[in-house]
Design a binder for this molecule. Structure first.
Ligand code: HEM
Length: 151
């Protein structure tokens, strides 16, 4: 093959490879920006939904008395046992004896915030629904970690 023809072919295939490469890079970068935008929008939407859910829950709890963590800590005996779950205060005295997970685990949490301990057990839906019957109050706003009002 004549050298100048070979050079022309190589140059044109190189040019096309480069053009195709940069085009696919641009498409990749566009796709990744779109994905990032969609992910950000989804996160915002989830945060907004979570806020709305908290607002609704807060409104339904407005009638409850507020008890501070210090007040809850005074109820740390088997015959007077309170715990905090998700910023809400529960008088679980009647559950202590009959708790399916045992009295000891319950007493380890007596008078304390038991949110993480309760969650880490992986209680059933039934157990989570049962919690409501022991509800007696809510933490004051400055001590809440989950149920915050919109600022
Ligand atoms: C109002 C509060 C609570 C209620 C109504 C409750 C209810 C229950 C129920 C119904 C079960 C049987 C298993 C299930 O259905 O998930 C259970 C198991 C258990 N609970 Fe609770 N519980 C409460 C608080 C706690 C707390 C604060 C702890 C502390 C770690 C705890 C630790 C456990 C453990 C270790 C088991 C055994 C899990 C197993 O055997 O797989 N529970 N609870």
């Amino acid at each position: 093959m004549d050298t100048s023809l070979a050079e022309t072919i190589d140059m044109s295939s190189l040019k096309s490879a480069l053009t195709t490469g940069s085009l696919s890079q641009q498409m990749l970068s566009l796709a990744s920006s779109t994905f990032r935008l969609a992910a950000t929008a989804l996160t915002r939407l989830q945060q907004q939904q979570q806020q709305e859910q908290w607002q609704t829950e807060l409104a339904s709890l407005a009638h409850l008395p507020e008890y501070s963590l210090q007040q809850v800590s005074w109820h740390d005996r088997p015959d007077d046992c309170w715990i905090v779950l998700n910023d809400k205060v529960y008088n679980v005295t009647k559950l202590v004896d009959g708790h399916p997970g045992g009295m000891e685990v319950m007493m380890e949490q007596a008078g304390r915030d038991a949110t993480l301990a309760f969650r880490s057990v992986g209680h059933s839906i039934d157990a989570i629904e049962q919690v409501d019957e022991f509800l007696v109050g809510i933490l004051p706003e400055k001590e809440r970690m989950y149920l915050r009002s919109r600022k």
